[in-house]
Design a protein around this ligand. Structure first.
Ligand SMILES: [Cu+2]
Length: 160
């Protein structure tokens, strides 16, 4: 390998290393030892407002290893994003896009409107009050899980 080629390869590897290091989401340690054992329940979505719907679920990890939610998808919308609503210093509520959500061993993570939620972007006609649609959740370690979300009024979304 020529020195020039070697240099370029080194730069590329450094870039890949940086990209991987950036995958940590909220910046804590990776999954612990043991295997996660996830149960997903209480999938509900709000009737769409201005082209988006908030989707909430409960994810219980009965295993003894941590996992992470890394993506969600549905064929009933353009995209599903992982969001957290936070209050800014000036009191405004803004939604932050998250890379992933840690699912600690022995704990239940409850999504809720006004907190951690999945944002269904540009939903189709299945996402209407009283309707249902399927959402697939993808995890770092566990197999994907598909749940059926029930569409309810935003005010009726489970609060906790
Ligand atoms: Cu959102």
């Amino acid at each position: 390998m020529s020195p020039r080629r070697a240099l370029r390869t080194g730069v590329l590897l450094a870039a890949v290393g940086l990209a991987l290091a950036g995958c940590g989401g909220e910046g804590d340690a990776g999954p612990g030892p043991g295997a996660p054992d996830l149960r997903v329940s209480a999938a509900q979505a709000s009737a769409p407002v201005a082209g988006t719907s908030q989707l909430v679920v409960s994810i219980e990890n009965r295993g003894d290893g941590d996992d992470r939610l890394v993506a969600a998808e549905t064929d009933a919308a353009l995209a599903v994003e992982i969001h957290r609503t936070v209050i800014e210093d000036d009191g405004r509520a803004v939604m932050r896009l998250l890379e992933d959500v840690v699912l600690p061993a022995g704990d239940t993570v409850r999504f809720r409107p006004g907190g951690l939620h999945l944002m269904v972007v540009v939903p189709d006609e299945r996402v209407v009050l009283g309707g249902t649609f399927d959402v697939t959740l993808r995890f770092e370690r566990s197999a994907p899980v598909t749940v059926t979300a029930e569409v309810v009024d935003l005010l009726d979304l489970v609060e906790d």
